[in-house]
Design a protein. Structure first.
Length: 391
């Protein structure tokens, strides 16, 4: 009996979706929660809250409310695709299902599909539902039920009428004002210190003075410590420190698996980088994968310079950086990076080291890691504030 293995329930690294090979995402999420609580990178359009509240109200009497909500939002995606058919996809961004709807409309010569909800499965309601609950628009619990605030917002959105009026970019002043208070943006009131509303307001007021910057530019601009602790600037400096550290380590991981290199070849590249010129790569653009060794050394040197911005929970990652930059042991550094990857993946690693060989286990997975800074939900929040007329 001990020889029997239920292979169909074993973890499969080829099918794993989360692209967090070193487990650095958890701390980044905590930083994002401090800057923009309750948002996600997908909740970028304010009027989705109105549309979805209206969809929840209309679907209330349905035997399958979630399907009915999906049908309403999918019909909206088709209408948006038609409305913006001559515009680039970033002309009215953040419309869930729009690309699938556009492709299907082209196939049908722009005739509306009979069942638009079949075009996509990852719904806008699933993405926005946690935010709707946090803002007090949806009641807690598994059922989709509006609060009184949600009912008021639903009444402000026109489910009928011209498509132009229902576009995400056509949010009305009435809708905007109903969202100010739950978001903490109503300046006539003072939210409780430390509350999600207070944190969102502080980030908004900080961004209001920098309306043209994107998230990575903002993070890059905070390489120096902020003058005031526990401010938005201080959290952005911590994000800068964490990005230099985590991307530097990711560059080391990329060296191991890119083009199936041997450990000795990656070690040689790092030795050359350690003796080369001292420079710090910028975070406000994607880094060149062909210069991964130089990026790795430069970023980890910078991470150790600004390590005071990071809490004690980040110490194991800083010790990895010291193995390379301070102790100058590139082979040991790469082995420890591989060990950290295995721990982060719960023992189901995407690759393993066999002496000098790098053996890729997840042969069906794209291991071409993205070498660029995270947005910490700031880009989504800025887009959302733009919809509200605040940026």
């Amino acid at each position: 009996m001990t020889d029997i293995a239920l292979h169909w329930v074993l973890p499969d690294p080829n099918r794993e979706r989360a692209a967090d090979p070193l487990g650095t995402g958890a701390f980044a999420d905590r930083l994002a929660d401090q800057l923009v609580p309750d948002f996600s990178v997908a909740t970028s359009r304010a009027r989705y809250l109105s549309l979805l509240c209206a969809a929840v109200r209309k679907a209330a009497g349905s035997t399958a409310p979630l399907r009915a909500i999906h049908a309403i939002e999918a019909d909206h995606a088709v209408r948006e695709a038609v409305l913006h058919r001559d515009e680039p996809t970033d002309g009215c961004p953040g419309i869930v299902g729009r690309m699938r709807a556009t492709a299907e409309l082209k196939r049908l010569d722009w005739a509306s599909p009979a069942r638009p909800e079949r075009l996509y499965k990852s719904t806008a309601f699933a993405q926005y539902r946690p935010l709707m609950r946090a803002l007090g628009l949806l009641q807690r619990g598994s059922a989709a039920r509006l609060t009184s605030a949600g009912e008021q917002l639903a009444a402000a959105y026109p489910l009928r009428g011209a498509s132009e009026r229902r576009c995400l970019g056509a949010i009305t002043t009435r809708e905007q004002r109903q969202l100010y208070a739950p978001l903490g943006l109503d300046l006539r009131s003072s939210p409780e210190e430390g509350s999600p509303q207070a944190r969102r307001r502080a980030t908004y007021q900080y961004l209001a003075h920098r309306p043209t910057a994107d998230a990575r530019t903002l993070i890059q601009a905070h390489a120096r410590p902020a003058s005031r602790a526990n401010s938005v600037g201080a959290w952005l400096h911590t994000a800068y420190a964490w990005e230099t550290l985590s991307i530097g380590l990711l560059c080391g991981l990329s060296l191991l698996v890119h083009a199936r290199q041997r450990l000795s070849l990656a070690t040689k590249d790092l030795k050359a980088a350690l003796s080369g010129r001292r420079s710090v790569p910028t975070l406000d653009e994607d880094l060149d994968r062909d210069e991964a060794a130089d990026h790795c050394v430069g970023l980890l040197r910078e991470a150790l310079r600004v390590r005071a911005a990071l809490p004690a929970s980040c110490t194991p990652y800083l010790e990895l950086a010291q193995t390379l930059v301070t102790s100058r042991e590139p082979a040991e550094f790469l082995r420890r990076v591989a060990d950290q990857h295995a721990r982060a993946k719960g023992g189901v690693a995407w690759f393993r080291l066999d002496g000098d060989r790098v053996v890729v286990i997840a042969t069906g997975k794209n291991l071409d890691f993205r070498l660029g800074a995270r947005s910490y939900r700031l880009d989504a929040y800025m887009r959302f504030l733009g919809d509200l007329g605040k940026l």
